[in-house]
Design a protein around this ligand. Structure first.
Ligand code: SAH
Length: 218
């Protein structure tokens, strides 16, 4: 069960969360504004109502997780999103990250492999305010060839490798932010697509994500 009431208490907790994320080093005010605006507790079961604004990952449907707000902000900051950019997200999950991208004015294309999560988001009233998010049920390793090329690609699950088909679907000059390694800990990488299909890789901090898995789950 979820509760969709945004009280002054929730708003106050959200402001504190923004301060925590800012203190951890996120300086992009547009991203901080998006976190301040989006009622994260709407994306969680009401059992988490009291703790939705702690800077933590929490369980959602189908044994998946909503990413930690700091992680969402960190990936989004590396992605350097500008309004109207076409952004491909792998791992819709709760759709919280997709909502942050939508608040920044991106055209978001997000893929989820868990049918239950995809269906849940179809009935999630709050998301109707973002006509700039398109939801897909499928395998993120395949991307969305008919909707590309994309300015930005963000992977929100632990990728064993940088999926070649996703690199193909990037524009030249485009960026991909991806946590790579199938083990417990992943390193955040930012891939820039260069002329001639070459790529440049930058390496950032360590994080821990649920795995990016092949194929769809009914
Ligand atoms: N961005 C999400 C984080 C969800 S956790 C949020 O804001 O809540 C990662 C999600 O990636 C899970 O829902 C998982 O089912 C999904 N996932 C894992 N492998 C995938 C794949 N190959 N294609 C699409 N989604 C995938």
């Amino acid at each position: 069960m979820r509760k969709f009431e945004d009280s002054y208490r929730h708003k106050g907790l959200r402001k504190k969360l923004v301060d925590i994320v800012r203190e951890k080093g996120i300086r992009d005010e547009k991203i901080l504004d998006a976190i301040n605006k989006i009622p994260r507790h709407f994306f969680l079961d009401s059992a988490f109502d009291e703790i939705a604004y702690e800077d933590k990952a929490f369980p959602i449907t189908a044994d998946q997780t909503i990413s930690q707000p700091y992680t969402v902000a960190y990936q989004t900051q590396l992605l350097e999103v500008k309004p109207f950019m076409r952004v491909l997200e792998i791992g819709t999950g709760s759709a919280y990250q997709a909502s942050v991208l939508a608040e920044l004015g991106a055209q978001v294309f997000t893929i989820e492999r868990q049918k239950k999560l995809f269906d849940q988001n179809k009935g999630f009233e709050y998301l109707r305010r973002y006509p700039n998010i398109k939801f897909f049920y499928g395998d993120g390793f395949e991307g969305l060839p008919t909707y590309g090329p994309f300015d930005r690609v963000i992977i929100t699950a632990a990728a064993p490798i940088v999926p070649p088909k996703l690199v193909e679907q990037m524009k030249v000059g485009g960026l991909m932010v991806i946590p790579v390694d199938a083990g417990e800990i992943q390193v955040m990488k930012r891939i820039t697509k260069l002329e001639g299909g070459e790529t440049k890789t930058e390496v950032f901090d360590n994080f821990s994500f649920v795995p990016m898995l092949q194929g769809k789950n009914e």
